[in-house]
Design a protein around this ligand. Sequence first.
Ligand code: DAH
Length: 331
Amino acid sequence: MSLSEIEAQLSEVQQRAIADISAAATLDELDQVRVKYLGKKGDLSKVLGGMGKLSAEERPQVGALANQAKTALQSRLEQCKTDLQSAQIQAQLAAETIDVTMPGVYQPQGRIHPINSIIDQITDIFVGLGYTVAQSQEIESDYYNFEALNFLPDHPARDMQDTLYLPGGQLMRTHTSNTQIRYMENHQPPMRVLASGRCYRRDTVDATHAAVFHQIEFFAVDKDITFTDLRGTVQLFLNALFGDIEVRFRPSYFPFTEPSAEVDVRWQGQWLEVMGCGMVDPNVLKAVGCDPEVYSGFAAGLGVERLAMVQSKIDDIRRLYSSDLRFLRQF
Ligand code: DAH
């Protein structure tokens, strides 16, 4: 190979290298370009491989040219590397910029609605007494809402004026007592059960009545359960919820309990009714295939809205459902 050929090759390699250096978009690519041209087996070395055939005077000339080319490429590489590095840092800075003076995103803190709050408190008390939490449906049949609970066929609660019936004969449960039947059908005593949920009645809405409201039902069935167990449980529960409060039992009537009672608490100088209760009627036990000669039980149902109103001094039940933040923020 002649001197001029080598010179031509050198300048060709140099031009290609310069183009490749400019085209490198990342530091990795740039390094590949460096290896390709300046590496031990790189293009520059290959050209110089042809030097052996040159004369002794020509060799230093080529050597000098090659060194020039090498130095030129190295400084280009170095320059390009610095550019890419600073571009990378700029991009990272732009991507990670935090403007600490920007206003934060306001996340208002939610609160537990007074109804859910009291259900939680009551559930906690009964879970502490070893009760199981159960649920049953809100769309119910006459059987589970009334018949199995020993309501007579002509009982006024069944009336269209009181109960919301659905097309097809189903109804919206009027109380959580349907849970007694549903649960006892599928479980054997001993049992201690708590169930809370929505109930529906065809009531005219006023300060103390809502068409949709909540009840909590609790019941226990076992051998040798007596009215004393009911009294003790109710007293313990009301003290846990309201503190040291006076409690009284008044005789009452429910189709599904015998005897039955209503329970009042002394609250701000007045007796306030908070629940109905009684000993599970033998007919109810029979309806679920439980022998009333062997087992007995007690049951009670409480109006959740009533308790929430007493606990939080709320004057009108409608406030609980008005979604008025000025009201709800107080809890
Ligand atoms: N279900 C009754 C009502 O809605 C409340 C009730 C009373 C439930 C006595 C009971 C009970 O379990 O024993 O008025």
